[in-house]
Design a protein. Structure first.
Length: 114
């Protein structure tokens, strides 16, 4: 199983970023996928989850209305569109699959700062 995130970077408050995760080594379309994040000195938290077919999504209260998770079961990718970014969104963002063992990518840094 391999999960490779991309798309992080430095953005000003109010800006947008789109994270992507390329998955391989398992039947991607069979499993829900999630994005987590971990800020310095804090525990890793669940940001968003999408069902295997993409019809159901769930979000942390802190990102509802600002972030959108999506997936492409042909390209084996899952994305996180992040709008109206705030400084407290600064964290390392991880793509995750539970197969049921949990697998993680290496993470991508998102920094929101002026």
């Amino acid at each position: 199983v391999q999960l490779v995130e991309s798309g992080g970077g430095l953005v000003q408050p109010g800006g947008s970023l789109r994270l992507s995760c390329a998955a391989s080594g398992f039947t991607f379309y069979s499993y829900p996928m999630s994005w987590y994040r971990q800020a310095p000195g804090k525990e890793r938290e669940l940001v968003a989850t999408i069902s295997s077919a993409g019809g159901r999504t769930n979000y942390a209260d802190s990102v509802k209305g600002r972030f959108t998770i999506s997936r492409d079961n042909v390209k084996n990718t899952v994305s996180l569109q992040m709008n109206s970014l705030r400084p407290d969104d600064t964290a390392v963002y991880y793509c995750s699959a539970r197969l049921p063992d949990a697998y993680w990518g290496q993470g991508t840094q998102v920094t929101v700062s002026s």
